[in-house]
Design a protein around this ligand. Sequence first.
Ligand SMILES: [Zn+2]
Ligand SMILES: [Zn+2]
Length: 260
Amino acid sequence: MLSQLNTFDLWLSLSLLQIGRYAFMALIAWLLAYRLFRSRWFHRKIIQAWPGWRDISREMRYSLSSAIIFGCVGTLTLKAAKLGWTQMYFDFDTHGPWWFALSILLTILLHDAYFYWTHRWMHQPKVFRWMHRVHHQSHNPTPWASFAFSPWEALVQAGIFPLTALLFPIHPVAFGAFMSWQLLNNILGHTGFEIYPAWLIRSPFGLIFNTPTNHVMHHEKPNGNYGIYFNWWDRLMGTNHVDYEDRLAELTRPVGKTVR
Ligand SMILES: [Zn+2]
Ligand SMILES: [Zn+2]
């Protein structure tokens, strides 16, 4: 069990786990969208241009440094949990399968709010420069940008782990499952292609969930679309870009048809 390792081995294991998961998922997205189906899916490319290698290597370098920082915060949180300073539990039977599943859902909801509000804070001009500018160097992001944060922003992003462990009982494996969900959403949001069909976008799904278009527009024009998994915070606070819905309709229209 990870939590029984010594501090260095625990940090190394957690960092390698992050790096491996990131590399595996980003590589699949890259091979599918930028190699195999590059031409066939191009009508779904949100920004109709291909990013250069200089951008991609920067995204990889910063994602790597973020993974190492996530490993540090993960190690400290697990060590604190072992000392009984958090509500984290290690025996699956303590709370059973229902709480295990519910705790993943709660973490997703908590992180959605945490991400929206810390993200808006990071867009304050004085904070942006040293905290969030690195992530916005990707104007046309690729899946490799998923964890491309400055070390300071990586610390804020990693803060969701100790916060969750302090707020409610969570098993480390449940948190790991949440991290996979987070990475999958980050990969989808940065690959640069709109993946959802038009009928789904027009259903309540489009009101509730975020889309890749929403986040890529945030990279294009940073003064709006701050949410991550759900669109409700942006709707509630009036921070969706005014042309978000039009852009989505344009990208998801059947090939050969024009809007209106
Ligand atoms: Zn982004
Ligand atoms: Zn931003």
